[in-house]
Ligand binder design. Structure first.
Ligand SMILES: [Zn+2]
Length: 350
């Protein structure tokens, strides 16, 4: 089968479109999916560059997000049949341990991501457990049907942003949310979810074009973090109070400002550190203002079901940036690496 692989860790020159052996259904609970579209995530760039503790066999197929048609099922598969159109939850766990049985699959000790710890979706076929697929929902008549690219682009960032805002930060109607860097997939999903929950949303970008798009997507206030003092602007906007929730996937570069944006009792929620992993905190400010700092990774099976239900009702939909054919997947990565996108970049297989 054709696949986009990395031949080793490094830069984009390690990417190669090549033929590899297709994966096989090895476990009775596995399904083989003929991928129709995959979507890129920042995770793919981290995997390409190499992560501490990550040891891969090369060539390695990248890609966490994908959607397609079931081509084969293991003997133990009951809920999914050959020919089903499915979307993939990229977070794979053991489904047996205490955390998994308690419904906290992303806290499983064996938690792994497609394309990072095992062969991914940027290929004509991928194998995943039956638990990790759900049928592509049929949207109400008044809404356009989902494209394969949209189906592929939805799960990872929406699940991540849902857990961050709804499960971890317990976002309430009318609260104020601040989101750094609206171009990223998690940030644009967080904007959609925060608006769905009735929050007042402030977003930032260094790009005028992206801020305009963010306004069309429902952002209440847009700030350019390269030439505006965001802390001062937010203090003014909120009558010196600050915001209730900050979504920070940037890390070191924004951490101190994220804390200064928080109101008393505010929550900072993070799922990534794209610009530096070490951050500092003044413990006196932490306890005096009664802040909460929340880490979040992917989401649970129940959260995946919930976002899929909202997708089916037309209440959530991925923000799409661009779609490339598999032949031009390297160009898609170039766009992601340069940070030119607002929303998701997808790759279609045929
Ligand atoms: Zn487990």
């Amino acid at each position: 089968m054709r696949a986009l692989v990395i031949r080793g860790h490094g830069d984009l020159s390690q990417l190669q479109l090549t033929d590899v052996s297709p994966p096989r259904v090895a476990d009775p609970g596995d399904v083989l999916v003929r991928v129709q579209a995959a979507a890129l995530n920042h995770l793919d760039l981290w995997t390409l560059r190499g992560l501490p503790g990550l040891s891969l066999e090369f060539p390695h197929v990248l890609g966490a997000d994908g959607a397609g048609i079931v081509a084969e099922v293991g003997d133990g598969v009951a809920r999914i049949a050959v020919g089903d159109r499915v979307m993939i939850n990229p977070g794979i766990c053991c489904y047996r341990c205490k955390e998994c049985r308690a419904g906290e699959q992303s806290q499983c000790e064996r938690f792994a991501l497609l394309g990072e710890h095992r062969s991914g979706t940027l290929a004509e076929y991928v194998v995943v457990p039956e638990h990790n697929v759900l049928p592509v929902p049929t949207l109400p008549d008044s809404l356009l049907a989902l494209s394969w690219a949209e189906a592929a682009a939805f799960p990872l960032v929406t699940l991540t942003a849902w857990r961050m805002l709804v499960t971890r930060a317990r976002l309430q109607h009318g609260e104020r949310v601040f989101i750094w860097g609206i171009g990223g997939g998690v940030s644009s999903a967080a904007l959609a979810i925060a608006k769905l929950k009735g929050a007042f949303v402030i977003v930032t970008s260094s790009s005028k074009r992206k801020l305009e798009i963010a306004r069309r997507l429902g952002a209440d206030v847009t700030l350019d973090h390269t030439n505006q003092d965001v802390v001062r602007e937010v203090r003014q906007l909120t009558g010196e109070r600050g915001v209730d929730v900050v979504v920070d996937n940037v890390g070191e570069a924004t951490w101190d400002r994220s804390l200064r944006l928080l109101a008393r009792g505010g929550r900072l929620v993070t799922c990534g550190a794209t610009a530096g992993a070490k951050a500092q905190i003044d413990v006196r400010r932490l306890f005096w203002h009664q802040w909460t700092i929340l880490g979040s990774t992917m989401g649970s099976a129940a959260e995946f079901h919930e976002i899929m239900r909202l997708l089916g009702h037309g209440r959530l939909r991925p923000v799409m940036d661009a779609t490339y054919p598999l032949d031009r997947a390297v160009d898609a990565f170039l766009r992601l690496e340069r940070g030119e996108q607002l929303g998701k970049i997808a790759v279609e297989m045929s």
